[in-house]
Ligand binder design. Sequence first.
Ligand code: ATP
Length: 362
Amino acid sequence: MQFDLEVRNVVKKFGDFKAVKGVSFQVEQGKFFSILGPSGCGKTTLLRMIAGFIEPTEGEIYIRGNLVNGIPPNKRPVNLVFQNLALFPMMNVEENIAFGLKRRKVPNSEIKKRVKDILERVGLPGFEKKSINQLSGGQKQRIAIARCLVLEPSVLLLDEPLGALDLKLREQMKVELKKLQTEVGTTFVYITHDQSEALVMSDYVAVMNAGRFEQVDTPQNLYHHPQTSFVASFVGDNNSWDADLLSQEDNFAFVKTNEGFEFKVKILNKLSKKDCEFFVRPEAFIIKPDKKLEGLNRVNVRVKTILFDGANSRLLTVIENSGKEIIVALPQNKQFDYIRPGDVIEVGWFPDNCVAFEKRDD
Ligand code: ATP
């Protein structure tokens, strides 16, 4: 299969420092692919290598099967939407969108038509003569994307384009951007440190940490089947526990937490050291589990407070006789709405719903 983008064993060194430590991935035509990771993990460096602003120290980058190493940015079939959008404030919408087409010497009549078409596709028909200062944050966003899409790139690169927007608009734009990408069908490569953006919009997400990809997967798999402790802690809310390994079988281990509780947990591979950490999602807890339910890990927790965010409620609890805090999601059926701060309740979870990894050194 030919991919719109293929990155093979790419390394970037700045002096002695390796910002990108051997990254490989492919993106199929028309997919929304995100690179998610904390600040400083190497996302921007990777994106800039794809765009052609910097060259890899090692490795190859292919766009639609063609090697692009050494080709300058303006000769690559990619465009980059910057975080600050980089619109020209002195030009109107039409002039902004037409800018790249003019540089490519596209005839004026053709430019008019293409600007009109792209404005329709991004949901802003008739906006040609508006000045940039008249636009809302969300509209500027769409114009910045339109300005890139009008050049018909094989791949559109987006560098945290929602970063500068306020929270409400970001929430809205997440949905808009995904809708837009689906409609135009262009391959998007999007970088962000915001896991909710990556999960909502992407077909595939690469979780990046310290210059490497930890896992490339669908949002669902990243959430439900993290392959590393970094992914488990970075993607979605998770209760993490430090523990010592007591014994292990093929798929399960017995561990003792720092607070002295013994639990059965899932493992993906044999653990090679005693120090481990395991993770339980807030929604994995069964509240007041039936005494007859077998095989559950169980603890008594005291409810400290109830965290309500409109759609969901969560209990912030502390395990009795320990300082260990855990967050427990309440089911939406209001079955447990009678629970109040100060109540002591039993919660349980199946070993299958929590996964343990060797403790990270960092
Ligand atoms: P952020 O989200 O904060 O932009 P990032 O994941 O995009 O972070 P990069 O900007 O790619 O991270 O930086 C990765 C690492 O490489 C950082 O430690 C950074 O300091 C370093 N770095 C980036 N550019 C250079 C450069 N030109 N010279 C030296 N070091 C650099």
